[in-house]
Design a protein around this ligand. Structure first.
Ligand code: ZN
Length: 408
C-alpha cells in the first residue's frame, strides 16, 4: 500500500492484512481472441479495520471503469428472479403499497425486481448507471435514471416526486466507494418514514464457505451486521430486522428506517457475530491459511490429471471462474476451454489466464475427461443439465471447499 489506507466506513487507518490474492485482471474484462494487449491487472488485497471490523479490499477501481457497460443481467438467473418476486410480493403486503406508493431501487439492473411492483400498479423508479442494462429496463417499461446514486441526485428526485415508501439497494453497497454518500442518499430518498432494504453478501458465509472467489475488484466491502450497523446509525437509520438468505452464497437482508428503535433480533445477531470472531484475528487467519492450501491443492489436482494424459475443461465464465483460474494458476494449458450459456462471452478469452469460452455443447462434442465447476455454487443444476456428458464418461471436479472429483 502506497498511500495510507483509510477505512471506507469509519475512516480509521488502523487496518490489518487478511489475505492477498495477488494482482488480478478485472473479472468482466473478457478478452477478444486476437488481442495482443496485455490484460490490465490490479492488486487484490483484503484488509480488516480494527476500529469498526469492516473487511474490505484496498484497491478502488473507478466505478465508471467498472459499471458503465455492465455484463451482468439479473434476469438471466431464474434463482434471482424467484428471490425478487417473493420479496416484492411480501413487501406489497407488509408496507401496504398501492397506486399512491413509490418504490425506488438503486442499481436496479434490468428491472428484474421493479417489474414485480409495476405489475401491481405501484409506482417505480430505477437508478442504474450501466447504460446497456438501464436500456433493457426501459424496454420493459421501467422508468430508469442512468446515473450513479449520490445525495444530490437523491435530493433532486425527492423534490420531483416526493420521498419513497420503499428504497431498495440489493447487491450494490459492496460496490460503493463512498459508503456514507450512498447511505445518505438512501436515507434522503426514504425520508422520515420510508423503509430502506439493503441486501449484501454476508462475510460470515464467505469465510465459513471458503468462498474466496467472490472476492474481486467490484466488491470493495464485505459486511456483517457489526460493521454495517454504525454506517446506518450515522444516517439515522435504525435496523428493524435482519434476514439471512442463501442467494450469492449467503446474504443479509437488512430492513431499516428512520425514527424507529432497533428491533429485538439485532442484539442477538451482534452477539452471534462476536462469538464467531468478527472482532478478532483468529477466524481470518484460519481463513487465509485455508485459502492458501486450497490454491495449491486445486492446481496440483488439475496438473496431475494433465500429467497423466487426461484433459480438463471448466464450467462458468463468470467472476468466480476468473478469480479461481487466476488465483490457482490454471491457464489454457491446464484447462482447455470453459463453457458458458451467455452467448456474449462465447468466443472470447478469460482475462489473465486466456482460457477460451465456448458454448455448453462443447462438453459433449470435445469430451474432456474432466470438467472443473468454476460455478460451484450451481453444481447440482449444472451436473443435472449435463447428463449426456456424464453418461459418456465425463467427470466433474468441485473446487471448493476441498478440490475433489465428484462421483459419476
Ligand atoms: Zn473502520
Amino acid at each position: 500500500m502506497s498511500a495510507p489506507f483509510a477505512c471506507r466506513a469509519c475512516g480509521g487507518r488502523d487496518v490489518e492484512r487478511v489475505l492477498s490474492l495477488g494482482r488480478l485482471p478485472l473479472v468482466n474484462a473478457l478478452v477478444e481472441p486476437d488481442s495482443e494487449e496485455p490484460d490490465e491487472r490490479y492488486p487484490l488485497d483484503v484488509v480488516r479495520c480494527r476500529g469498526c471490523t469492516l473487511v474490505q479490499i484496498t484497491e478502488t477501481i473507478p466505478p465508471d471503469t467498472l459499471f458503465r457497460q455492465y455484463a451482468y443481467f439479473s434476469s438471466y438467473s431464474d434463482t434471482m428472479l424467484d428471490h425478487a418476486r417473493r420479496f416484492a410480493t411480501a413487501a406489497v403486503v407488509e408496507l401496504e403499497l398501492d397506486g399512491d406508493s413509490l418504490v425506488v431501487e438503486a442499481a436496479s439492473n434490468d428491472g428484474y425486481l421493479l417489474r414485480f411492483f409495476a405489475e401491481r400498479d405501484v409506482r417505480v423508479l430505477g437508478i442504474e448507471p450501466a447504460r446497456n442494462v438501464a436500456e433493457a429496463a426501459r424496454a420493459q417499461g421501467i422508468e430508469t435514471v442512468t446515473e450513479f446514486l449520490d445525495e444530490p441526485l437523491a435530493r433532486r428526485l425527492v423534490a420531483e416526486r416526493g420521498t419513497a415508501d420503499l428504497v431498495v439497494a440489493n447487491n450494490v453497497l459492496a460496490h460503493v466507494p463512498d459508503l456514507h454518500g450512498f447511505v445518505g442518499a438512501l436515507r434522503a430518498l426514504a425520508g422520515g418514514r420510508g423503509r430502506v432494504v439493503i441486501e449484501v453478501p454476508y462475510l460470515r458465509d464467505l469465510v465459513d464457505g471458503l468462498a474466496f472467489d467472490t472476492i474481486y475488484h467490484e466488491h470493495l466491502s464485505y459486511f456483517t451486521v457489526t460493521s454495517l450497523k454504525p454506517v446506518l446509525d450515522a444516517h439515522g437509520l435504525a435496523i428493524e430486522r435482519v434476514e439471512r438468505h442463501p442467494v450469492h452464497g449467503g446474504s443479509l437482508r437488512v430492513h431499516a428506517s428512520a425514527g424507529v428503535t432497533a428491533g429485538d433480533g439485532v442484539e442477538g445477531l451482534l452477539a452471534e457475530e462476536e462469538a464467531w470472531g468478527v472482532a478478532g484475528v483468529r477466524r481470518f487467519a484460519e481463513f487465509a491459511a485455508a485459502v492458501d492450501a486450497l490454491r495449491g491443492e486445486l492446481h496440483e489436482l488439475v496438473a496431475s490429471l494433465g500429467a497423466s494424459g487426461a484433459t480438463t475443461a471448466a464450467y462458468g465464465a463468470a467472476a468466480k471462474g476468473v478469480v479461481l483460474a487466476n488465483v490457482c494458476g490454471l491457464d489454457s494449458t491446464l484447462v482447455r476451454f470453459v463453457v458458458d450459456r451467455n452467448p456474449e462471452k462465447q468466443g472470447k478469452l478469460l482475462p489473465g489466464v486466456r482460457i477460451p469460452v465456448a458454448a455448453p455443447e462443447a462438453l459433449v462434442r470435445e469430451r474432456p475427461d474432466y470438467c472443473l465447476l468454476f460455478a460451484w455454487n450451481l453444481a447440482a443444476e449444472i451436473v443435472a443439465q449435463q447428463a449426456e456428458y456424464v453418461e459418456r464418461g465425463g467427470r466433474f471436479i468441485a473446487p471448493v471447499p476441498t478440490p475433489r472429483v465428484l462421483a459419476a
